[in-house]
Design a protein. Structure first.
Length: 294
């Protein structure tokens, strides 16, 4: 962990509601992989361990268990509350978070983390504590990369599944970390990251004559999702936000959980993962690209 990430971690520990020590989840004793399998846009049901081939650093692994929709879900809602989110966009974001809360099962949990120039852990949504109670108002700059790191370095419970939905206009103007570091944190976390961007069309030229663009943030969001097995969505209208959030949650909820004990490959360092379905047919299979062993 480098100095800047260590500084960010310290700041998060001070401000977090849970006040837990943040750690990366990376252990080769038991590897847990969330795998989305879809065909023609619909989730594929009924697959068993015999239908999957998993390789760890190109070494085939024996699956210990394959399950689907049996474990409770923790979803981190990491959302932009900078000044560019004021007005109708902010209202749409509240509705999107409420829509996810409405989809939660009795044992599922949704935690909200907001970011402008500061990152704030707003805690869990409950029946008595809804989105409008925790978000605060829109103001300030945008620390997207810091928020992603802060949201993904808290401890994860092995008995629960973990996903994150990151929402922003795509422009980062105040983070301590850069996009590469944010993606590295995501790769180590074991969390499946779905990202949604609603580009800010009001961006103007800086005093130096150069234009601020969404391109850098969009590239980071795409890499966050592809690295962790999630999906990136760029939308153009406020009313598409709730649909994007619900689609992300439903896709994760209906994905498979594969477990194996890594064999034949050294524990330390980066492990490249590959998951494919052997059953006849064409499938869209998504899973994280790898993990860091300890």
């Amino acid at each position: 962990m480098n100095l800047r990430l260590g500084l960010l971690t310290s700041l998060v520990v001070v401000s977090t509601v849970t006040a837990q020590q943040p750690v990366f989840r990376a252990s080769t004793d038991l590897i847990v992989v969330d795998v989305s399998v879809r065909q023609n846009g619909r989730p594929v049901t009924g697959l068993t361990a015999a239908d999957f081939v998993v390789t760890d650093n190109s070494i085939p692994q024996a699956l210990l268990d394959v399950s689907r929709e049996t474990m409770p879900i923790d979803v981190d809602l990491i959302v932009d509350t900078s000044a560019s989110m004021e007005g109708d966009r902010y209202t749409a974001m509240v509705r999107a978070l409420d829509a996810v809360q409405a989809r939660l099962g009795p044992d599922d949990r949704a935690r909200v983390m907001t970011f402008n120039q500061q990152v704030r852990d707003a805690g869990f949504l409950t029946k008595d504590r809804r989105t409008s109670d925790v978000l605060g108002r829109a103001s300030g700059a945008t620390s997207l990369y810091d928020a992603v790191a802060a949201g993904l370095i808290v401890p994860l419970e092995p008995s629960r599944r973990h996903m994150a939905i990151v929402f922003t206009d795509g422009v980062d103007g105040s983070s301590l970390l850069d996009g590469r570091e944010a993606v590295d944190v995501a790769a180590r976390s074991g969390v499946t990251v779905f990202s949604v961007m609603l580009p800010d069309t009001s961006l103007t030229a800086t005093p130096l004559g150069t234009f601020i663009t969404n391109a850098a943030g969009e590239d980071v969001l795409k890499r966050l999702s592809s690295t962790t097995g999630g999906v990136f969505a760029s939308i153009s209208q406020n009313n598409q936000l709730s649909t994007s959030f619900v689609r992300a949650f439903d896709e994760f909820r209906t994905s498979y959980v594969l477990r194996y004990a890594a064999t034949g490959t050294p524990k330390p360092g980066w492990h490249e993962l590959s998951v494919r379905v052997t059953k006849n047919g064409r499938y869209d299979v998504r899973a994280r690209k790898g993990y860091v062993g300890e």
